[in-house]
Ligand binder design. Structure first.
Ligand code: FES
Length: 507
């Protein structure tokens, strides 16, 4: 027996077996499955227009009474027991491509492709041969994210499903080819791609190569030892020249990828500006602290809170996301991306809201809200649970910074520069990071944002001779945070919100 499912606003209709989970009936990519359908993230929301059935336990736990009455449900737990009309969230429209005006004059020029292989977005840059000038750039979503926002979920999927590895590889290659198609559509002249250089997280690189690995395996080593010399980029399915060679920047450790190596190159560690700190925030946070002799690196699991995951009104930094919050006499004022109506809070908005609430005495340093929620607009509010998720993520990052400082045996005021890498730094206000205690207040005047630091670092890597790269790699030392005795104690202290979090002297 089957039921009719109608997708709105397109009106597309289909017959599906009675009892089918809605997520299984929807076209791929229709909703975000951040927790892979475990019923914990609440991000796969849809609105049932007709055919509504009573909520499941997951829906009752994750959705408010008003949302349930409006027909909001979770696609990963909603079963189709009768003919149903469902309104889907708008499709992501963040892909973009742009040509700059310095394209080489010859027809069909040979170009190099540099890729920042992020778990959320992929950034592509086309470079002229010889000059290494960026002539075009594009950004597309990583389609793997439909199987989880974090790399561990994707690793799990790749290992647990018979076609998992192949599917993960196909999705990321198809995402890259989508970016290349956009670049070709916009190109003033046809071009060839004769070399591809990619930097990214170790697991992301392993998934791109289709490598088999299980928990506990040294993934970074697997990637570093992959015989790239025999692997033209077309072997992966990339839409580039037949002969285009593939170069992967070497990942530094299992959770410290080659995107961090690229940022280290961009930040000129080794030019006498040390000590300097690089902070690359995502679900997996990577940190580097460079001294004259050693570059200490580590990773820390912040979870998805800074990217909008596990926050009730959280969202990525797209249209309508609140990015700045200020207190105006008797209410909060918000600024949103592209000044669209506020529909949620992105990572920078989360920092801004919490800094404003602390300033306004509506939030205690221990994270306790003065009232049941922190209402920002008629439709957007933070709950006590959201604040707790933020505290856990913030404590993970700050503890990583504290431990690197202790490892390097330097005090925080010796740091000359802090580089905020990646998309997170784009909208966030540095004073909010300090007000919430993510960065020590001594560093407020030393922060620079290197949003495209990874692409710049790939270019530098390709231009450097192998001896210089080997010398840099020899200076890098990986610090395992979990093995540090002080980790737990520091983590608990760093749960407090505010600049008063003490930086304790080097042990
Ligand atoms: S995917 Fe449905 S709750 Fe996370």
């Amino acid at each position: 027996m089957s039921v009719k499912l109608t997708l709105l606003p397109s009106g597309e209709a289909m017959q599906v077996p009675l009892g089918t989970l809605l997520k299984d009936a929807l076209p791929q990519g229709s909703v975000e499955l951040i927790c892979s359908g475990l019923g914990t993230c609440g991000k796969c929301r849809v609105q049932i227009i007709s055919g509504l059935v009573p909520p499941t336990a997951h829906e009752q736990a994750l959705l408010s009474g008003q949302q349930l009455r409006m027909g909001i449900r979770l696609a990963c737990s909603y079963q189709l027991w009768q003919d149903t009309e469902v309104l889907l969230p708008p499709r992501e429209t963040t892909a973009s491509a742009q040509w700059l005006d310095c394209l080489p004059e010859q027809t069909s020029p040979n170009l190099l492709l540099a890729v920042d292989l992020g778990s959320t977005n992929l950034k592509l840059a086309l470079l002229s041969q010889g000059e290494w000038e960026i002539v075009a750039q594009a950004q597309v979503s990583n389609r793997q994210k439909m199987f989880g926002a974090d790399v561990l979920s994707r690793q799990h999927f790749a290992n647990e499903h018979p076609q998992g590895r192949r599917l993960m590889q196909l999705l990321v290659v198809e995402s890259l080819n989508h970016g290349l198609r956009l670049l070709r559509q916009e190109a003033p002249t046809p071009f060839s791609i004769t070399r591809v250089a990619i930097a990214g997280n170790s697991v992301m690189l392993a998934l791109l190569l289709g490598l088999q690995f299980t928990a506990g395996v040294d993934v970074a080593k697997l990637v570093r030892e992959y015989p790239l010399a025999q692997a033209p980029a077309t072997d992966l399915g990339l839409d580039v020249d037949e002969s285009a060679q593939l170069c992967l920047l070497p990942p530094l450790a299992n959770y410290v990828g080659s995107d961090m190596l690229a940022c280290i190159l961009t930040s000129d560690f080794g030019s006498g500006t040390e000590p300097a700190l690089i902070v690359d925030i995502g679900t997996n946070v990577e940190l580097a602290l460079g001294t004259q002799e050693v570059i200490f690196v580590c990773s820390t699991a912040a979870g998805p809170a800074f990217e909008g995951g596990e926050i009730s009104c959280g969202m990525s930094a797209t249209l309508g996301a609140v990015h700045t919050v200020t207190w105006a006499a008797d209410h909060y004022q918000v600024q949103t991306i592209d000044n669209a109506p506020a529909i949620g809070v992105c990572g920078s908005g989360l920092f801004s809201a919490i800094a404003a609430a602390r300033d306004n005495n509506q939030l205690a340093a221990n994270g306790r809200l003065a009232s049941t929620e922190l209402r920002l607009t008629a439709h957007v509010a933070l709950t006590q649970h959201d604040i707790r998720q933020f505290q856990l993520a913030k404590a993970a990052v700050r503890t990583g910074i504290d431990i690197l400082l202790a490892q390097a045996e330097i005090s925080v005021d010796a740091i000359t520069a802090v580089y905020l890498a990646g998309d997170f730094g784009k909208h966030v206000a540095v004073p909010d990071l300090v007000a919430c205690g993510l960065l020590p207040e001594e560093l407020v005047g030393s922060v620079a944002k290197i949003e495209r630091g990874c692409i710049e670092g790939i270019i530098r890597y390709c231009r450097q001779n192998t001896e210089a790269v080997a010398a840099l790699l020899a200076r890098i030392e990986h610090v395992e945070l979990a093995a540090q005795l002080a980790f737990q104690e520091r983590f608990v202290a760093n749960m407090l919100i505010g600049p008063a979090v003490p930086y304790r002297e080097v042990e």
